[in-house]
Design a protein around this ligand. Structure first.
Ligand SMILES: [Zn+2]
Length: 469
């Protein structure tokens, strides 16, 4: 048989694929079947004070026992790991994530190789995508992670963006409510487990999406502008993205079903007082309709002036072109004399705090879009820091980024906090989270279902790769 070069090359690549070691093993820092983590400072994700000297016993991937060192009995067969000088929190449950990254204006590149590992390195053990540019790949990656074929967080995969006349060439453009229903049904059958509505939807389309999704017992979130938050709440939506900074409820001459100019929307937040009664009334309405709000302060921060640059370790992950374009844009933003984002970012923080104080469910996401610089892994932690800047305590901010997300996903019996019987999804930090603000950035490993993945090793394997794989 005569083999062509192409066939030989194909054969060679198949052979090397067959010989490749299971990727999971390369990054493992610690594994069961029985472990006892001792002398660790523990935040359990429920928002209360930490236990300064805790023991956590893990058996077969689940938390078998936990509590103050003096009360927890260590089983004889457990491997004891002394974690003096370290802290733990539950694995992050992040709800506005993507498997894509902005390349050039309006074009997004698929990052299936790098992003699941980055999320895991940065402490996320569960993520929901907030819209997809390559939904089949997202679904396949989620399945491969669930089957243990690659390391990464559990993924609740949204269908592709459900949008009307979208400006993005990668998106389908829904024309009728019936077509919206067809999309919802099709993507459920293809494996999507939730939905993300997008800006140009009108009320009839969004209503059809919510109704059809709920028939299939699935949830809908959205980033809207043609439909106001109040209208979306009345249509029965489950979740709204980007805090209050996608609300068009405060634009004076807003026409039904039409997106106002984005500048007008931003001007409306700029004009709104932090304690405006209209905002309080909207918060109350969302809470009454049980609408969850996703905080994405990380992406908004990149648009405001006077904010820190992305950490050098995050920038090292990017291909040079993306690093340069990020740095150029970030510098331009710092030089701006009159930047509306600089004024509305602290307002948004205050509004999110008010929403929680009024009884609303706030969850956390990072949204690695904008012009870049929101790099998964690093951005999980940054989101928690920004919630702290908004006035939440460390314990409260950690709860928003862990248990609250699990509650929204309906998975809080299994994940989201450290409790007996729950899956051992744990982040280990060097230092004391209670007394060292920056300890949050010192992630040593992320444990998912009892297997701990070395954060530094994961990051080292991805240097210079974000942007092309
Ligand atoms: Zn997004």
């Amino acid at each position: 048989m005569r083999r062509t070069w192409a066939a030989l090359l194909l054969l060679a690549s198949l052979e090397s694929a067959g010989q490749a070691p299971a990727p999971k093993e390369t990054f493992i820092a610690l594994e069961g079947p029985a472990l006892a983590l001792t002398h660790v400072e523990m935040y359990d994700g429920r928002g209360g004070d930490p236990i300064r000297d805790a023991t956590i016993v893990i058996r077969d991937g689940r938390i078998h026992a936990l509590g103050p060192a003096r009360v927890v009995v260590i089983p004889a067969d457990a491997k004891v790991v002394d974690l003096t000088g370290h802290s733990v929190s539950p694995g992050f449950v992040m709800l506005h994530e993507h498997m894509f990254y902005p390349l050039v204006q309006g074009s997004y590149g698929a990052m299936f190789e790098t992003f699941p590992k980055l999320y895991l390195a940065g402490g996320a053990t569960t993520v929901r995508t907030g819209g997809s540019m390559s939904p089949y790949a997202d679904i396949n990656v989620a399945h491969e992670i669930a089957e243990g074929k690659r390391p990464g967080p559990d993924m609740d995969v949204t269908a592709p963006f459900l949008d009307g006349p979208s400006p993005f060439l990668q998106d389908f453009r829904i024309r009728t409510p019936e077509q919206a229903r067809e999309m919802v049904r099709y993507w459920a059958s293809a494996g999507a487990t939730s939905y993300k509505g997008y800006m140009s939807l009108n009320r009839a389309q969004l209503g059809a999406i919510v109704d059809e999704a709920h028939r299939g017992k699935r949830k809908v979130t959205a980033h809207l502008c043609g439909v106001t938050y109040r209208e979306a709440a009345d249509l029965g939506i489950d979740n709204l993205e980007h805090g209050f900074l996608a609300a068009t409820d405060f634009v004076a001459d807003k026409k039904p079903d039409e997106c106002p100019n984005p500048l007008a929307a931003r001007a409306s937040y700029d004009a709104l007082a932090v304690d405006a009664p209209e905002m309080k009334a909207l918060q109350k309405h969302l809470i009454e309709r049980k609408v969850t709000l996703t905080s994405t302060l990380t992406v908004f921060e990149t648009f405001a002036s006077g904010r820190p640059i992305a950490p050098p370790e995050a920038l090292e992950l990017l291909i040079p072109q993306l690093r340069e374009s990020y740095l150029a844009r970030w510098s331009q933003i710092q030089a701006m004399k009159d930047n509306v984002w600089t004024r509305i970012l602290p307002k948004e923080m205050a509004w999110e705090k008010q929403f929680v104080e009024a009884g609303g469910l706030l969850v956390a996401g990072t949204d690695p879009t904008g012009y870049g610089g929101v790099v998964p892994g690093f951005s999980n932690v940054r989101q928690v820091e920004l919630l702290e800047e908004a006035g939440f305590t460390r314990a409260q901010a950690l709860r928003i980024a862990t248990l609250n997300g699990a509650i929204y996903l309906g998975r809080d019996k299994d994940v989201g906090s450290l409790a007996e019987g729950k899956r051992a999804d744990i982040v280990l930090y060097k230092g004391s989270l209670a007394s060292e603000p920056l300890a949050l950035r010192q992630i040593v490993w992320t444990m998912k279902a009892g297997t701990a993945y070395d954060s530094k090793k994961l990051l080292a394997s991805l240097k210079g790769k974000v942007g092309f794989q």
